[in-house]
Structure formats: C-alpha cells, structure tokens
Design a protein around this ligand. Structure first.
Ligand SMILES: Cc1cc2nc3c(=O)[nH]c(=O)nc-3n(C[C@H](O)[C@H](O)[C@H](O)COP(=O)(O)OP(=O)(O)OC[C@H]3O[C@@H](n4cnc5c(N)ncnc54)[C@H](O)[C@@H]3O)c2cc1C
Length: 353
C-alpha cells in the first residue's frame, strides 16, 4: 500500500463547497488554508441563506440519483461530525402533470428511492397547477444552510491542520503552476487548489458560464397555519405555471417562496441598487400560496448562481495539473457539495501518494 503524505490544499471561497471541501481534506489528514474575501462564513455568499432543499431523485438519471443518495448519506453523517442538527427531513413534494407521473414513479422505483403519490388536496396551503399530481420523496427535506456554514466554520477554526483566512481576496489563480495571488501581492502555492468562489468564480476561472439572479420572498405564516407549516414538506412545480417552489419554515426560519419565472440572466453578481419590489410582487401573485394575503412579507432578497454555458448545469472542472474549480454553481449546488468535497479529497490523495 502506498503511504499518503499530508498535502497542502488551498481553498478559495468559504461557501458550502469550500467549507465542506476543507473539512473533508482535514479529516483525510491534509493541511488546508481557506481564503475568503469576506468573513467566514460570509453573509454575502450564495450559500448563506436560511435553507436549501435536498432531494435524491433525479428523474430519468439513475447515475445522478445514485450520487445524490451518497450526498444525502454524507449530510446525515456530517450532522454527527459537526455536532449540530441542521437537516429537517420533511420530504419534498413535486407537482407533475398527470401524463408524467407514472414515468417519475418508475424512475424512483428503478433507483430504489422511496416516493408516494399524493393528492394536492392533502396539502391545501400550497398552490398546485390545475390537474397536477404530487409525488412525495421521503429521503429529502431542508438543510438549514446558515447553520451548516457556521458549524463547519467553527469546526475548521478549531482544527490544528486548518488555517482560516477571512478578508483575503484572491486576484488570480494560475491553472498551470497553481500559484494563488492575493490582493496586496502575497502569493501562495499548494499541492492542490480548489476555486469555490460561487457566482464570482468566473472572474478567476476562464470558463464560459451564464450568471442568473433570482428573487426570493420570505414570509411568516398566519398564526392559525403555524402548526400546519411545522410539518409541511418543501415543494416544487408549484404556482399557476408550475415553475415555483416553497421551502417551509422551521428550525427558526421563515417560509420562503420563489419561481423560475423571476429568474433572469444578468451581467454582474451585484444587485445592491436593484429594486426587488416588482419581483416580490410577481412572486406573491404566482399562485404558490392560495391565501397569500394572510401571510406577513418579511423580506425579499436576490441571490445569484451560474450555469455552464454549454450544459446548463453545475460543474467541477480540472483547470490544470493541481487546480480544480467549481466552475458553475447552479441547481443543486448546496445539496451536492459533499460530492465535490469527496472528489477533491480523491484528487488530493492522488497528488499526495
Ligand atoms: C435562489 C436560489 C435557490 C437555490 N436553491 C437551492 C436548493 O434548494 N438546493 C441546492 O442544493 N442548491 C440551491 N441553490 C444553489 C446553491 O445555493 C449554490 O450552488 C451554493 O450555495 C454555492 O455554494 P458555493 O460554495 O459554490 O458558493 P458561495 O456560497 O457563493 O461561496 C463563494 C465564496 O467565495 C468568496 N469569494 C468570491 N470571490 C472571491 C475571491 N476573489 N477571493 C476570495 N473569496 C472569494 C465569497 O465571498 C463566498 O464566500 C440555490 C441558488 C439560488 C440562487
């Protein structure tokens, strides 16, 4: 058996991908430096939200489903590693047109993912498209995202092989040499570099991506519905056009709704000057919550993600012998973070062998 030495790893970006990768590398015996231009965690990162949904079924994609089952398993274990409860396994319901349901259920059965059909009348406070059928995935639910980030940052700060460097903006990463340049002129080198700078990564990684901005609305349910929402699942395929989703409140969070209909392509991941009110209004009228007028609107916020310009997906790419990047961060970018972390640990282990 080949002995593995402790390698030096530099992670650029302390969102969920950077933090989990640092954690897994430290657990594997490597030395890790995490750089972020903001605090760690950074409230401006795209991971820093109340919650993110996790599900395992990728209809029609058994390999993708197998990977998400592995990610789900790792999230459960991470609750123990980090000593923090952050997963609300409330299930995820997706609304499907009747002619698609049989294929989705068959796809789940083939992949060994447990689902049940559901009459939308059983979830009267969620707005389903006319005629839709619900499919409920039980091995799914809500990750309390901020809680994950804070727990991971605490764990890393206490680990002797990890150095956290907040307020360190990276200005360039050379894919061939692996040199990492910081604002101020400092240069770092490592056996492996991961660029996990979220929507801002495109400034460091020269790969074509499409930048998207999406507005989310945070609401407090009326008192009389608080009990109902306590056990409600996350849900997708909602609203009159079937493009909206809802993440239920719980664990100290608010109800959140959004829709692909308010997702737009933008040129820059900075929306400080953009008025969110018109987008919030569209969301409120999307039919996600049948009695939306009874809910208290607490906030509207925009968040960014990127998709690969060719495939439309998120992507982990090897840019050079020792440089990797989460080149695009869209879709299931939070839930799938353990998969990126696992792949990087494998790559570091190869380098260190
Ligand atoms: C509206 C919306 C809803 C979503 N819902 C879900 C969901 O339900 N489930 C799911 O799985 N995913 C979801 N996602 C996707 C998910 O949130 C992201 O894919 C994921 O959080 C990205 O994490 P990250 O670590 O790659 O990037 P980020 O969390 O954005 O972290 C990047 C970090 O890099 C730092 N940084 C940037 N540039 C530099 C630099 N030059 N130098 C140093 N540091 C730098 C930033 O400060 C930041 O802290 C959603 C995304 C959006 C926008």
């Amino acid at each position: 058996m080949t002995a593995v030495r402790a390698a030096r790893v530099v992670v650029v970006g302390a969102g969920v991908v950077g933090l989990l990768t640092a954690l897994e590398c430290a657990l594997a015996g490597h030395r890790v430096t995490v750089l972020d231009r903001g605090t760690i965690p950074d409230p401006g990162s795209s991971s820093y939200d109340q919650h993110r949904a996790i599900r395992t079924l990728v209809p029609g994609d058994p390999e993708g489903t197998r990977r998400m089952v592995a990610a789900h398993r790792r999230w459960r274990e991470l609750e123990t590693v980090l000593g923090t409860a952050f997963y609300r396994r409330v299930g995820v319901v997706t609304a499907w047109p009747p002619d698609r349901v049989a294929a989705v259920v068959a796809s789940a059965a083939e992949a060994g993912v447990e689902v049940t059909r559901l009459d939308p009348a059983g979830l009267p406070h969620l707005g389903f498209p006319a005629g839709a059928t619900g499919v409920r995935e039980t091995r799914a639910g809500v990750l309390l995202a901020r809680r994950v980030l804070r727990a991971a940052a605490r764990w890393l700060a206490a680990h002797p092989a990890v150095v956290l460097r907040p307020h360190c903006a990276v200005t360039a990463v050379d894919p061939r040499s692996g040199r990492v340049e910081l604002a101020g002129g400092e240069v770092l080198s490592a056996d492996l570099v991961l660029v996990a700078a979220g929507p801002w990564g495109r400034e460091l990684v020269g790969r074509p991506v499409v930048l998207h901005r999406q507005t989310m609305l945070y609401l407090r349910p009326p008192d009389r519905l608080a009990r109902w929402w306590r056990t409600a699942p996350a849900a997708g395929g909602l609203g009159a056009d079937g493009r909206a989703w809802a993440v239920p409140p719980g664990g100290g969070t608010l109800l959140k709704i959004s829709s692909d209909a308010v997702c737009r392509e933008v040129a820059a991941a900075d929306c400080a000057d953009e008025d969110q009110a018109p987008w919030a209004e569209r969301l409120a009228l999307a039919g996600v919550l049948p009695d939306v007028g009874r809910y208290t609107v607490v906030a509207a916020r925009a968040c960014h993600y990127t998709t690969d310009a060719e495939t439309g997906g998120a992507q982990l790419a090897r840019l050079g012998p020792a440089v990797w990047a989460r080149a695009a961060c869209g879709g299931t970018g939070f839930a799938s973070a353990p998969l990126v972390a696992g792949r990087i640990v494998d790559a570091v282990t190869e380098v260190a062998a």
